[in-house]
Design a protein around this ligand. Sequence first.
Ligand SMILES: [Zn+2]
Length: 172
Amino acid sequence: MQNLGVEQQCLWCHQVISGPRDRPPTNAPLTHGLCVDCVGYLEGNPIKLGQVLESFATATVVVNSRGTVVGANGASLVMLGKAMSEIAGELAGNVIECSNARRPGGCGRTVHCDGCGIRRAFTETLRTGVPSVAIKARTYRPSADGTLAIREWVLTTERLDQLVLLRIEPAV
Ligand SMILES: [Zn+2]
């Protein structure tokens, strides 16, 4: 896809994005474009990918094709109130505290997950390559008094080959 004559640079290497397999900004709401070499490089280098995420002011996690969190930036750890060691290797729904995460089997293994906006956002993006932009999702977190605290989120996704970047913002 042409980008209307505006020269776009790769977020990571700053080379001009031009090849047919490069990721044009229209498909890249979070990175605003990466060249194909850098997608391959970052996918195999989670530490470097983390450095890319640190340049984002908003909470962003990296989810693999199994729905497992493999990276997260500092903003997301602050927002979720968790350490990287607590979320690495966990399913995304568990990390964001979906109510289904508390059910037997946890996130992604209950029938309820068919309707889960969080799961749907990244599985659709992984399948189609089409980003989700500012879609809404809800989680239900049990409170100390036994009631469910509803939290609303705004999610944006972007696929990097076999990984999905997932931006999580509290809905205002
Ligand atoms: Zn690049």
